[in-house]
Design a protein around this ligand. Structure first.
Ligand code: NAD
Ligand code: MG
Length: 398
């Protein structure tokens, strides 16, 4: 039977790659709901092609969307708005699969709603899991939701772990013969820049990733290595291991997407061309496999695969994230909120590149850590951290 899909963040990089896969399999999947924060003209193009039943936009975009839908004879599409609309789309009884591809903390409540409603949740929105951690995992478990990693590294790890690994007990220790997880990082566009060179890099340079084409926020995160920091936290939650069991390995070619080491000396790697269509297709169809347009890996074109240790002096964000995971509680939420503010300030040229981790470190020092006992407590910490980080940005700018 055909699966009905809700794509949160359909106009983004992951949203677009998801549509590419769905388009290849019209018998198996239909698009039921789509959401976008901006780029309404593109959203309407998507509606024309995929004919969803529901479209969700911010309230101030509703009129624009309605007029464009009417002009395109698509007035039967129901328009919902704001966070309540995102949640309603994610938990809709007609939806089987939710692609969580909103960027940042804005995706938290809709992703959680999908978990609560017992959907197959394809998790791209790592910030949501970094913030909510155990609550997201527990919610998914209690409601029989399938939380499948789309982030290429986590999807790779998932593929390299033993079957049923995630059903086993979760006590922070690796199990079933697993020794450690090797989380690979491309190192981003500034891998070999000196600290001095890093001080003057521009947003345009930071957004030009050597191997992947992605949204602006994650591109900057990849350049600071905060993306790997967030992914370290994401891996600890998804695979129920403490941070010391996750080692970050810089691998500039992005051909190996991550690895799992076993106690018998085996290391399993998942490899492929760097294209998000592969992990998206894997998460959509798991445990089956479906066709994509991604060409098979030609190893003769990749005669060298390199590995190096990350440098946390030039890239302190990775160290900050590891410390936040170790500290636990609200620290990952505070880290994430401060990073979102700092990245936005860098993109609008209010602060320099090397000031991004400075804002994060300052905020972590200022906002009190406590147990992350509920989503309300997490959202409050997110809010407080944003205010502190915004002040830090102003101070650095003046
Ligand atoms: P993007 O910026 O290209 O797209 C983001 C989407 O979210 C857009 O549809 C946008 O309209 C929507 N959005 C933005 N702000 C919103 C808000 N406040 N409320 C509701 N919707 C909002 O981002 P992306 O690169 O597609 O990344 C999406 C998520 O997937 C991120 O969490 C990112 O870390 C993760 N991810 C992306 C990649 C990649 O290759 N792009 C890889 C792994 C993980
Ligand atoms: Mg990734």
């Amino acid at each position: 039977m055909s699966q009905s899909v809700c794509i949160l963040g359909v106009t983004g990089s992951i949203g677009q790659s998801t549509l590419k896969i769905l388009q290849l399999h019209p018998e198996e999947y239909s698009v039921f709901a789509v959401t976008a924060h901006s780029r309404i003209v593109e959203l309407v193009e998507i509606c024309k092609q995929f004919r969803p039943k529901i479209a969700v936009v911010p309230l101030q975009k509703v009129d624009e969307l309605r007029q464009l839908l009417i002009a395109n004879q698509l007035s039967e599409i129901e328009i919902l708005h704001d966070e309540a609309g995102l949640i309603a789309a994610a938990e809709h009884p007609n939806v089987d699969v939710v692609m969580a591809a909103i960027v940042g903390a804005a995706g938290l409540l809709p992703t959680l709603a999908a978990a609560k409603a017992g959907k197959r949740v394809l998790l791209a929105n790592k910030e949501a899991l970094v913030m909510s951690g155990d609550i997201m995992i527990q919610t998914a478990r209690e409601n029989n939701a399938l939380l499948l990693p789309v982030d290429s590294e986590h999807n790779a790890i998932f593929q390299c772990l033993p079957q049923n690994y995630l059903q086993e007990n979760r006590n922070g220790q690796p199990k079933m013969g697993v020794k450690q997880i090797l989380l690979t990082a491309s190192g981003g566009p500034f891998l070999h820049h000196s600290l001095e060179q890093l001080q003057s890099v521009t947003p345009a340079q930071a957004c030009k990733h050597p191997n992947w084409s992605m949204g602006q926020k994650i591109s900057v995160d990849s350049a600071t290595l905060m993306n790997k920091g967030l992914e370290l936290i994401e891996a600890c939650h998804l695979f129920a291991v403490e941070e010391q069991f996750v080692t970050v390995v810089v691998h500039p070619q992005s051909i190996i997407h991550s690895m799992v080491q076993y106690v018998d000396g085996s290391t399993l790697a998942q490899m492929g061309n760097p294209d998000m269509c592969t992990p998206i297709a894997h998460a959509l169809a798991w445990p089956e496999r479906i066709q994509t347009h991604v060409p098979p890996l030609d190893l003769f074109l990749h005669s060298q695969l390199n590995f190096e240790e990350p440098d946390t002096v030039r890239f302190p964000a990775l160290k900050l994230a590891r410390q936040a995971m170790k500290a636990g509680g609200l620290a990952p939420t505070i880290l994430n909120a401060a990073n979102e503010i700092a990245v936005a300030a860098f993109l609008t040229e209010q602060i320099g590149f090397t000031q991004i981790p400075q804002v994060v470190e300052h905020t972590l020092g200022q906002v009190e850590n406590a147990a992350a006992v509920s989503i309300d407590v997490i959202l409050q910490a997110d809010h407080t951290a944003r205010i502190v980080a915004e002040k830090a940005v102003l101070n650095l700018g003046s």
